[in-house]
Every structure is written in structure tokens, then in C-alpha cells.
Design a protein. Structure first.
Lengths: 247, 324, 295
């Protein structure tokens, strides 16, 4: 069973995102210790771990927001570690931060239109498509972005990345603080992304949510990657996982 | 946060080190002997500006407050001192006291307004208030406008010591200077100074610990104004005039540069910086190169390349070496 | 003759006009200061120097190249903006990660440098700058006498202020600016070239100061110290209005210009310090400023 999973993962082609020995620092204090991680094309990968073990830092280091890093980060076989921050997005990576990053001084539509297009590859969604998918964003297109509810803000945060035509989305805790109904809707949305052929690297505390949509899991502890397994291996891992996550 | 010399405030609290004591004694001995080799008027000018910069540094280096209006205290006190000598014909010690008192009152008024805002706003407010004072001096009759107050004698200290002799005046100023530096040092290392530095490091924390932050800042502002006034009064006596130059915003800029160049947040920094700036000014005045441009360029180089200042940079290197 | 509060109406309207003129410059300059501060978190002390620089560039373009007022009005601000861009690229950007006070100190040094240099090469006294021929007349009505050029300055500054407001609030690049003012890192992570945006913003703000300088040249003459006198007043304006809002900066500029103009009618001795007094009062009553959003 293990073998079949490995082959299915590799059957997707070569790694879209390949991370080896990533170390990162906030000032003088080291936050990541030799993180290895792969995302294959079209895959949804979830990063698990307790609070403060470096999940968000991993995303921020991949994106280039945390600048003090060493190691290898390749996206589509291109090293992106030394790129200036604004060039990283243009290689095709989109970022949805934990705090969602909706701008108060921009209305909903301006928030949607803010990130520049990074590729015209058929993956980008037009404004019309987005409004069809999220009719309440259309309804409130001229109200300030931060006047939306938490769930709507999260949808807006994801939708605006979809518009740019990225092929990998880094999603930081999209369900945090949201009601179960909304969490379900976001789950549907992520499945739709997957059907669309996008890869997702998801940081998530809500393990049940993650289990429904992820293809592959990584587990972090104290800035290190301590485990990696496919979704099919999940049932046998429950106990070890509960221990690692402290639930 | 402005890069001040933090370790000094942590390591050494009240008692000077034995080595430091020796260095201080040597410096005082040097101060006594220097007029043998150097023109005393230049030395006195240096001491006036060194005291001015030290007063400014008390506020910036230990309180973290950047004032762009210290010329008001320096020049305001110079005017009052000169006026007291010329019109009231009091002894120089009373003239200086009057000057310092004026600076304290002015400091209290400006401080009350300025401490209501923080950071860059504080800087802008002090600048604007000092400019207001400048316009007042420009129009008030007792300052004699563009001419300034001049043509008075230095008088007799305590009615006994004639200050007309520059060598005598030198030692008077030297005593006041040394005493003031020690007083500033005392303030910095006192419990009050510690709280002030704590506020500089983290204002929120100081507030949550229950300190009345505004009152501490105001205290520092007024004391700094007082010492700046003392420097201005001494300068008025030394040169026997008081003019608009001393209340102009350029003067506020110069004292910032002295402190920045020498090193913010150390006792020696502003003294070294004042020496350098005065020397630079004297030098450029002889070359025909515009002094203001030279000062501006020094500012830029200082901010871009060595924000610790000369003394801070030396200390940093020394500390790095002794760690190895 | 019509009198109001014991003052002839013509005198009153004349002072209102002067107030509007000064207010135009205050508005243009504090607007640029607010735009720069919003994104770069730098209080541009050199703003007055760039204003002076704009006036001098216009004067030099006329003196050495024979360029007329209208040509200068277009070209001088571009030159000033380019100078601003150069300063930002080579020096100012090294200071963004430090305490904001360093930005203030750096630009203060820059202001000294520029003022000193112009004083050295062109002397302390003002250079006359003639009003363009088309604008030399005076419009007379029953209650006011308005020199055409001054009327033009008020109209032009209103147009520029409105244009800047529209640029920031209504365009794509304006949305980048607003977003980056809130969270520049995230905007850059989206793929927007924020370092370039910072350069453009600083250049634009300096360019605005340059335009103000050209507009001011025929009214106040061209002198090296015109900038430093102005920047201190602008700082007071900014303390009163707060730097959080574009419209707030514009409105405060005009308002304080008017108040200053009226002070000249009723209490001329205090005209110089009227704005500073208002600043002190505002600090006592509303420490955060009229439109204050201070963190």
C-alpha cells in the first residue's frame, strides 16, 4: 500500500515545489532546522503540527517574506531562494496569509484586483467567474474589504489569488475562527481548486478538515519535519499523530 | 529605536569604575593645563557647545526624545543672560541663573505641549514651537532684532572676580562645565534615569508598570532645557553678545549633529561630537566651502554609515574585541 | 466703501486671497509630505528644500535655456522628481528598517546640504522671477481685486490636489499605494514591485513640492531659504491635520492659510506665529490632530 502511494505521488510528474534543508531565522533566533518538503503538481499537501512549531514560518520562508534563509527551494526546477520578494509570486506561487490580508482602504473589488496576473495559462479565473462562484462578493463589491464577515474575507483572500493564474497556493489556516458551515464551504472551494489542477500547500490545525481534502501530509515539530505520509496511510498513523499534535 | 549605548546603562549603575575614575582625573588635569597650549576662547566655546550637546543628549540618548527645538533654550537663555547683564546690571551668576530660569520655564511650556505626541510628531512640534519663539525674538524689543544684545561687560563673579580676563573666565566655565557633566551623569544613573531609559526601550511596558510616562518625559525635557540654557548663558557671557543665530533652527540642527556624530546615549559622545563640529565649522569657514553644506553632508554620512557615532563605534569595536 | 468688522471689504478679501495663496502652498506641500509618510514612513524634512529646488530649476531653465514659465512648470517638477528618485534609490531606502527618526535626520541633512549649496552658488538674496505675460493683469470687482496670476495659483493647486486625490483613490496604482501603506510586505508578496513603488512615491511627492516651487517663484521670488521657512510651517500644518488622511492634509493646508491671512487683518503682529498658536491649541484640545489616526 505504501509503495502504491509513492508511485501515485511520483506519477504526477517531477516535484513542482522541492524544498531541501531549509533553515530560517528571525533575527538571531533560528526557526527552521533543515526542512524537506515536496509538492507534486495538482497535489494538496497539508502541513500539520502544534502552534509555534514553524508551519507559518515555513510558508513565509518559501514565499520569501522571511528573508534570512539557507537551503534549497526550487519551484518548477527553478531556484527561488534568492529572488526578490515580488519576483517569487511571478513564478506562479500565490500566498494567502493567516490574517487573510484584506485591505481596509480598498473596496472588495479593488482587493480582488490587487494581485497582478502572474500567468495566462488557463488557470487564472476572470472576475466574472469569481463573482459567479462567490455571488456575495459581487453584491458587496464596493464596500470596504474589511467590512465583510470573517468567512467572506477568507473567500475574498482565496479568490483574489485564483484570479492571478498561479499554479501553487500557500494557504495559512483558512478555517481559523470560522463557523462549521463556512468551513464546509471553504472545503468545497479547495476541492474545486484541485479539480482545476492547482496545487495547494495548506497549513491547518483542523485535522478533520485537512483529512478530507489532502493527498499528502507533513508533520512538523520544533522547526523540524518529523513525519511525511500519504493520505492512504492515515488510518495507521492516527495514534502517533495524536501524540505529535498533542490532541 | 534610536541606537543608543545600552550596555553602559546596564553594566554600571552608580559607582564609576576605578579605571574610569583615573581617566576622569586625567581629563580634569588636562582641562586645567590646556589653556597653556590652546587659545582659551576656543576651549570655552567648545565647553559651551559640549554642555549644550550633553543637555540635548540627556533627552535624546536617555529619553529617546528627538527635539528639533533646543535652540530656543540655548538662545533664549543667552538673550536673558545678556539682558540681565546689560539692562539689570546684575552679577554674572545671577544673570546666568535668570537665563537658566527662563530656559526652564520655556522648557516647561514647550514640553507640556510636545510630550502629548510621540516620535516624529514630537520632533515636528518642538521645531514648530522653537520657530514660534524665534519669531517672538525677532519682534520683541528687548532682543534688538537683527543687532542682538551686545556691548555689555562680563561683570564680576560674586562681585569679586573680574571675568574680563579670559584666563579667569576659562576656569569659571571649566568648573561649571565639569560640575554639569557630573550632574547629568548623576541624573542618568539615578533611579529616575533608569525609569527614563526603560520608557525609551519600551513605552508600553513602562505604562503598564504604572509609570506616569508623560511626567517622566516632561521632567527630562525640562532638565535638558535647563542645561541647554546654562550653556547658552555661558556662551552669552563668553562672547558678550546674544543674537538670533542662537535661536535659529540651524542651531537646533547643529546640536543634533554634535550628539549624533559623537554618539547618542553616552556621556562622552556629545562632548567629542561638539568638539568635532566646532572644529569642522572653523575649518570650513576658512576654506570658503559652504559650512551648511558640509554639516548637511556630515549628517547624511553619519545617518547612513555610522549611526553609533564616533564614541559608540569605538566602544562597539572595543567590546567586540574584548569578547574574543 | 463696504466695511466688515471695521475693516474695508477690499482689504478683507485681499487678505483672504493671500490666505488662499499661502493655503495653496501649504496644501500642496503637506499633501506630498502625507503621501510620502504614508508609504515610506519617512518625514521628508527635505520637502522644503525640494520646493526651493523646484523654484530654482524653473529659474535656471529660464536663465540658461530661455525656457518660459509654462515649459518650466512642466519640466522642473520632473527634474525635481528625478532628483528625489535618485536620493531614494541610493540612500533613503537603506533607512526603512530603522527607527523613523533616522529618516527625519537624513532628510534634515539633505535639506541643509541643498540649502547651503544654493546659498553658496546663488547668494542669500532672492532671484526675481517674472510673472508670465499672459497672467500679468488684475481682475477687479466691487468687493475684490485679484491679480490673475494669484487666481491661477489657487486654481492650479486645487486641480493638482484633486488630481492627486483621484490618482490615489481611483486608480490601480493608487490601490497599490493604499494597500502597501497598510501592509507593504504582503503587497510585495503578491508580486507588486514595492521597492519601485516606494521610489515612485518619493519621486512623486518631491515632484509635487517642485510644482509648488515653480508656482511660488513669481510670487515670492526664488531664494535658497524659501524652503526651510516653509517646511517648519508645513510641519505645524501636519501636526494639526495629522498625516493619516490625504483630504485631511489638503483641507488643513487651506484652512490654516486662510486663518493666517485673516490674522494679518485683525492682529498683524501675530500673523507669523498664527499657525504655531493654532498648533499649540490643537495639541491641548485634540492631541492626535484634527484628522488624526495615529498609532
Amino acid at each position: 500500500m505504501n509503495d502504491t502511494c509513492v508511485t501515485t505521488r511520483e506519477a504526477r510528474g517531477s516535484q513542482q515545489l522541492k524544498v531541501r534543508g531549509l533553515e530560517a531565522w528571525y533575527g538571531e533566533s533560528q526557526a527552521l532546522y533543515g526542512v524537506d518538503l515536496d509538492v507534486y503538481p495538482g497535489e494538496t499537501v497539508t502541513l500539520l503540527g502544534r502552534n509555534g512549531v514553524g508551519k507559518t514560518t515555513t510558508l513565509r520562508s518559501l514565499m520569501g517574506i522571511v528573508r534570512k534563509r539557507t537551503g534549497t527551494v526550487e519551484f518548477d526546477q527553478q531556484s527561488i531562494l534568492r529572488l526578490p520578494l515580488h519576483r517569487v509570486a511571478r513564478t506562479g506561487i500565490g500566498f494567502v496569509p493567516e490574517e487573510r490580508g484584506i485591505f481596509a482602504s480598498l473596496n472588495v473589488e479593488e482587493n480582488l484586483m490587487l494581485p497582478p496576473l502572474v500567468a495566462r495559462n488557463g488557470k487564472e479565473m476572470s472576475l466574472e467567474e469569481i463573482y459567479t462562484l462567490f455571488p456575495n462578493l459581487l453584491e458587496r463589491r464596493y464596500s470596504p474589504g474589511t467590512k465583510l464577515s470573517g468567512g467572506e474575507q477568507q473567500m475574498l483572500a482565496i479568490a483574489r489569488i485564483l484570479r492571478t493564474g498561479v499554479s501553487l497556493i500557500l494557504l495559512d489556516e483558512p478555517t481559523e475562527g470560522l463557523a462549521p458551515v463556512i468551513v464546509n464551504r471553504i472545503g468545497e472551494m479547495l476541492k474545486a481548486l484541485k479539480a482545476h489542477g492547482l496545487s495547494v500547500l495548506l497549513v491547518e490545525q483542523n485535522f478533520r478538515f485537512a483529512a478530507r481534502i489532502a493527498d499528502h501530509f507533513y508533520v512538523m515539530d520544533q522547526g523540524e519535519m518529523i513525519d511525511s505520509f500519504a493520505v492512504a496511510e492515515l488510518p495507521g498513523r492516527r495514534e502517533a499523530l495524536n501524540k505529535a499534535l498533542g490532541v | 529605536m534610536i541606537e543608543a549605548e545600552e550596555f553602559e546603562t546596564v553594566v554600571d549603575t552608580t559607582r564609576p569604575h576605578r579605571l574610569q575614575q583615573l581617566v576622569m582625573l586625567a581629563l580634569i588635569a588636562l582641562l586645567i593645563l590646556l589653556p597653556l597650549w590652546v587659545y582659551p576662547v576656543l576651549l570655552m566655546k567648545l565647553m559651551c557647545f559640549a554642555l549644550f550637546a550633553s543637555a540635548f543628549n540627556l533627552l535624546l540618548g536617555y529619553g529617546g526624545l528627538l527635539s528639533f527645538g533646543h535652540a530656543a533654550f540655548f538662545g533664549g537663555s543667552a538673550y536673558v543672560t545678556a539682558h540681565a547683564l546689560k539692562v539689570w546690571e546684575v552679577n554674572p551668576e545671577f544673570a546666568i541663573l535668570a537665563g537658566v530660569a527662563a530656559a526652564l520655564v520655556l522648557g516647561l511650556i514647550m514640553g507640556l505641549l510636545a510630550v502629548r505626541r510621540q516620535g516624529i510628531y514630537f520632533a515636528m512640534i518642538t521645531l514648530a514651537l522653537a520657530q514660534m519663539f524665534y519669531f517672538f525674538c525677532l519682534q520683541a524689543p528687548f532682543t534688538h532684532g537683527e543687532d542682538g544684545i551686545q556691548g555689555f561687560s562680563r561683570g564680576r563673579l560674586f562681585g569679586l572676580i573680574d571675568l574680563a580676563d579670559s584666563n579667569v573666565l576659562y576656569y569659571v566655565i571649566a568648573v561649571v562645565f565639569v560640575a554639569s557633566i557630573f550632574a547629568i551623569r548623576r541624573i542618568v544613573y539615578s533611579p529616575y534615569g533608569m525609569v527614563l531609559q526603560a520608557i525609551r526601550e519600551n513605552e508600553q511596558r513602562a505604562v503598564s508598570l504604572g509609570y506616569s510616562v508623560q511626567r517622566y518625559k516632561l521632567g527630562a525635557f525640562v532638565m535638558s532645557a535647563g542645561f541647554a540654557g546654562l550653556a547658552g548663558g555661558l556662551k552669552a557671557i563668553l562672547f558678550q553678545f546674544a543674537t538670533l543665530t542662537d535661536v535659529n533652527w540651524h542651531m537646533s540642527g547643529e546640536v543634533i549633529l554634535m550628539t549624533l556624530l559623537g554618539g547618542i546615549g553616552s556621556i562622552a559622545g556629545p562632548i567629542v561630537g561638539a568638539g568635532l563640529v566646532v572644529t569642522l565649522q572653523n575649518y570650513f569657514a576658512t576654506t570658503g566651502f559652504p559650512v551648511t553644506t558640509a554639516l548637511g553632508a556630515t549628517f547624511i554620512v553619519c545617518v547612513l554609515l555610522f549611526r553609533r557615532g564616533i564614541v559608540g563605534e569605538l566602544r562597539h569595536r572595543f567590546a567586540a574585541r574584548s569578547k574574543q | 466703501m463696504t466695511m466688515i468688522f471695521g475693516v474695508p471689504l477690499v482689504v478683507l478679501t485681499g487678505q483672504v486671497m493671500i490666505g488662499l495663496i499661502n493655503g495653496s502652498f501649504y496644501a500642496l506641500l503637506s499633501l506630498g509630505l502625507a503621501v510620502i509618510f504614508g508609504l515610506l514612513r519617512v518625514v521628508n524634512f527635505a520637502h522644503g528644500a525640494f520646493y526651493m529646488f523646484g523654484a530654482f530649476v524653473a529659474w535656471m531653465l529660464g536663465q540658461y535655456l530661455g525656457l518660459g514659465y509654462w515649459g518650466s512648470l512642466l519640466i522642473a517638477p520632473v527634474i525635481v522628481g528625478l532628483a528625489g528618485a535618485l536620493v531614494e534609490r541610493t540612500m533613503l531606502r537603506r533607512l526603512y528598517d530603522l527607527d523613523h527618526l533616522y529618516g527625519l535626520l537624513f532628510t534634515f541633512g539633505l535639506a541643509l546640504l541643498l540649502e547651503g549649496a544654493f546659498q553658496h552658488f546663488y547668494g542669500a538674496s532672492g532671484k526675481p522671477f517674472s510673472t508670465p505675460v499672459e497672467m500679468r493683469g488684475v481682475v477687479r470687482t466691487d468687493f475684490a481685486t485679484v491679480p490673475v496670476y494669484r487666481g491661477w495659483v489657487v486654481v492650479a493647486s486645487l486641480l493638482i490636489c484633486f488630481g492627486t486625490w483621484a490618482l490615489i483613490e481611483k486608480t490601480k496604482i493608487g490601490s497599490y499605494l493604499r494597500a502597501a501603506t497598510e501592509d507593504s510586505i504582503l503587497v510585495q508578496a503578491f508580486g507588486v514591485n514595492v521597492p519601485l513603488l516606494l521610489t515612485l512615491t518619493y519621486a512623486f511627492g518631491c515632484g509635487l513640492a517642485g510644482i509648488a516651487g515653480v508656482l511660488a517663484a513669481p510670487i515670492f521670488q526664488v531664494s535658497p531659504t524659501m524652503g526651510s521657512n516653509m517646511i517648519i510651517i508645513i510641519f505645524a500644518v501636519v501636526v494639526v491635520g495629522g498625516m493619516g488622511s490625504i483630504l485631511g492634509a489638503i483641507a488643513t493646508g487651506y484652512l490654516l492659510g486662510l486663518v493666517e491671512g485673516l490674522t494679518k487683518v485683525f492682529y498683524p503682529e501675530a500673523a507669523n506665529i498664527a499657525i504655531f498658536v493654532i498648533m499649540a491649541i490643537v495639541l491641548l484640545l485634540r492631541p492626535a490632530g484634527l484628522f488624526g489616526k495615529e498609532n
